[in-house]
Design a protein. Structure first.
Length: 489
């Protein structure tokens, strides 16, 4: 499916025309990374890669796109002719989708021309920032439920149709079992689920009649919504009547509540169901669940079998976006040699790491992640050696990882696209979900705490740290020289 290359910020196009008219279009390398872990948590779950690779393969300007740009009277015909033949031709290196990742480390590395690199920035960040945020949120909810059955029911609360579709995909990667979004089921193969709303119950002459008709039509999926009128007064009693009738037919029921005290009500409902001999009936709850509420209910041993979650899952809850950025880290000079570049800021958190980089994850004998080391891509990092890990912003803060402390180290960035064509093995969504679950299981629980998680160490190699210091020193020397010139005048 074609993706319009107008899916970009307007200033990308004005810069692109500037480069085009200046005949300046060197090969460059850009990094995509994020600055702080979402939700005050200890990690993020990388998602959106499959979506962005698919989009880049189909990213172009059609005739109507060119006509629109022409109507703005800001672009030359020669530049518009160039855009009309555009197709992404770059290389993409990235972390595997479903990998646990951390702030500051490159997740995607783009190798292409400067003009192409600028054009795809908005699309890449829009796709990866949102899906990584939602996949991380889903993983936190699943962890809070102790791997309970989390169902994504967020279509009506998501930010638009595309937001709902992307959220369904990302939520499934993060560990949800089903979606209520039927088009997401078709597009991604996610199992779909859903039974009745309050309007179903209210449409009949009685609550009991509505339950009986539904159970008769859907005997293998009779989840009855019992809080339309009076949860404990009529809802559960009518559900028990239908449950007993279904039991005689060899079938079972479930009940769902969407309001009220989610600790007290499930206990009362469970007691009534068990007393009626419906011990196999399940209890599902919904009602603006957050990971904090889920964790509290699980700790309180509330008898809840599944969780239907919408708003706080598909919107990110209190955090509306991931602060992912896309920065130039290297460019070719006139001799075709790549020169490292970096952004230097008064805010140390916005100072970037220069050069073409790789990320190595050091893993212990139990397959647990120990620490990540950002290196230059030319460094030969292999097991059996001691490595020094330097803090990204502090010259004096470092630690040494001896060779007997880890069993292996693996590069996280691998080639996913060559000359605009996907070249990696495309995984199914269930495979990505299983990969994500395995990675989360290998992450120590201290990094997965909801409150005050342990800080995972992401560090720089000695060569990268020295390069960074060298570039900062050169820039400061230039600034100092210019200031002195101004003073002498």
């Amino acid at each position: 499916m074609r993706v319009s290359a107008l899916t970009t910020d307007f200033y990308e196009l004005t810069m692109m025309q500037g480069f085009f008219k200046s005949k300046y279009n060197p090969q460059v390398v850009f990094d995509m990374f994020y600055r702080t872990n979402p939700f005050n948590g200890g990690y993020a779950l990388f998602a959106g890669l499959g979506s962005i690779l698919e989009k880049l393969e189909n990213f172009n300007f059609d005739e109507s796109d060119i006509e629109y740009l022409k109507s703005l009277n800001q672009f030359d015909d020669e530049f518009l002719d160039f855009l009309s033949t555009y197709k992404f031709t770059g290389d993409i290196y990235a972390v595997d989708e479903g990998q646990v990742v951390f702030a500051g480390e490159p997740l995607i590395r783009v190798h292409t021309s400067l003009i192409e690199a600028q054009l795809i920035e908005g699309l890449l960040l829009n796709t990866v920032n949102f899906q990584t945020l939602i996949a991380t949120k889903a993983s936190r909810m699943c962890y809070a439920s102790k791997d309970g059955n989390i169902m994504e029911f967020g279509l009506r609360r998501a930010q638009g149709e595309d937001g709902a579709l992307s959220a369904a995909r990302a939520s499934f990667i993060g560990g949800t079992s089903v979606t209520s979004n039927t088009i997401a089921g078709k597009k991604y193969g996610i199992p779909v689920s859903g039974t009745m709303a309050h309007s179903w119950v209210m449409s009949f002459d009685s609550e009991l009649e509505s339950f009986r008709i539904f159970a008769d039509i859907y005997p293998d999926n009779a989840i009855l919504l019992i809080d339309t009128y009076d949860t404990l007064g009529s809802g559960i009693e009518n559900a028990i009547i239908v449950g007993k009738e279904q039991k005689k037919k060899g079938k079972k029921i479930g009940v769902r509540i969407d309001s009220g005290d989610m600790s007290y009500l499930p206990r009362e409902i469970r007691n009534k169901l068990d007393a009626a001999g419906l011990t196999d009936a399940i209890i599902c709850i919904s009602n603006d669940m957050t990971e904090e509420i889920i964790q509290a209910l699980v700790a309180d041993n509330a008898p809840i079998d599944s969780w239907g979650i919408g708003t706080h899952l598909v919107t990110g809850g209190f955090q509306s976006s991931l602060n992912g950025v896309y920065k130039l880290c290297a460019k070719q000079d006139k001799d075709s040699k790549f020169i490292p570049t970096m952004k230097i800021s008064n805010s140390f958190g916005k100072t970037t790491n220069p050069g073409i980089k790789q990320v190595y994850r050091f893993i212990d004998e139990n397959n647990g992640a120990l620490a990540d080391l950002i290196t230059l891509s030319t460094e030969n990092i292999k097991p059996g050696k001691e490595y020094t890990f330097y803090h990204p912003f502090s010259d004096s803060d470092f630690f040494k990882l001896k060779e007997n402390r880890y069993s292996k180290c693996i590069p996280l960035l691998t080639k996913k696209m060559a000359k605009g064509v996907r070249c990696d093995e495309e995984k199914t969504l269930p495979e990505i979900q299983a990969f994500a679950k395995a990675n989360l299981n290998n992450l120590h629980k201290s990094y997965k705490r909801q409150i005050n998680p342990h800080i995972y160490k992401v560090s720089l190699s000695k060569k990268l740290r020295n390069l960074k210091k060298e570039l900062v020193s050169k820039e400061r020397a230039v600034i100092s020289e210019e200031e002195n010139k101004g003073y002498t005048k």
